[in-house]
Write a protein of this length. Sequence first.
Length: 132
Amino acid sequence: ISGGSKGFEGGEYEQWLDEHVVSPVMRALHAECASWKLCLLNGSHRLEDVNVRNYMYLCKELRTTPMFSQVIPPTMFTAPGKRGRVCSVCLKCTQGGSVRFDHSGKAQLFAFKSLRDMDACVNHLIEIIKIT
């Protein structure tokens, strides 16, 4: 599902998703759906304080925290032949999910279990960036 989640709080997103996506799809398939669970939620966020000038410093200074269990440096340093977002640093979140961002400030979020977890992770990253 693509299209953004601005304006949703708490369980509102799951309720909207059930009403506008899950239930209509299940009706179209003539299937019964007693319950479902939101998982592997992806998203993106613009990190306003990340730019070309401070990105390399951030890469060197980022450390594990209670929220981020692992910090993986950009693969352009460790695996030059690798494809994908080779300039992005990857932060593995303790509660599940990961965040990748690069010098442009565009963050991509992968495999979160809820919108709340995703917001918490992004907000923690923003706080780290502000104090670094």
